[in-house]
Design a protein around this ligand. Structure first.
Ligand code: CA
Ligand code: CA
Length: 197
């Protein structure tokens, strides 16, 4: 009976349990690297039970990638990296990465849709972001998340994916340095609580 209960708790996933909590859609080329290698997506289990990610799918409506076996404990986060080797070189080895198969869900540098499906095909989360999200008042150029180093972070993980609930990361835990200005560059908070939460 106990085994049965554990099994059920691992396979039952409903919308709202697992959310897209952070994305690096436009990595800062000069300090971090090119999009094909350094884009990543953070997922967070905000439900009450461990989740088995095996068979879940991320898609932009075109490319599809399928997550492989990984148990994500409640309130833990895991990274889906475009290229795990590149990610580890940049961020170190201490951040959990989930293996995947398929084609990387390329994250557009203008606007894009990101869908997260359960292994049975139900939509668990949908994020439709734009590079205008997080543009500071009066800034007519680019958001900090649009190739200036920051990731795009969700503020309240259990709330909707509206523009007001996402913001450029402001933490400096993994700083590079802007080659032109010498200023520290933030690369987000992969695997950790968001700096804007
Ligand atoms: Ca991109
Ligand atoms: Ca984070």
């Amino acid at each position: 009976m106990l085994f049965y209960s554990i099994l059920i708790s691992l396979v039952m996933v409903v919308p709202g349990d697992l959310v897209i909590s952070e994305i690096m859609y436009n990595p800062d080329g000069p300090t971090l690297g090119i999009d094909d290698q350094y884009e990543w997506i953070e997922l967070c289990n905000i439900g009450a039970a461990p989740l088995q990610l095996d068979g879940m799918m991320l898609s932009d409506g075109g490319n599809q990638l399928f997550l492989e076996s990984y148990t994500l404990e409640p309130m833990f986060r895991v990274i889906v990296a475009a290229d795990g080797v590149s990610f580890t070189e940049a961020y170190g080895t201490g951040i959990a990465i989930v293996p995947w198969d398929g084609i990387w869900t390329k994250l557009s540098n203008s606007s894009d849709t990101l869908l997260l499906y359960s292994s049975s095909g139900g939509v668990l989360d949908e994020l439709i972001y734009s590079d205008t999200w997080g543009l500071a008042d009066g800034d007519t150029t680019r958001s900090e998340a649009d190739g200036r180093g920051s990731s795009l972070e969700k503020i309240i993980l259990g709330a909707d994916n509206t523009e007001g609930n996402w913001a450029p990361s402001i933490d400096w835990a993994c700083p590079g340095t802007d080659p032109e200005t010498g200023d520290p560059v933030c690369w987000g908070t992969p695997g950790y609580v968001n700096s804007v939460e």
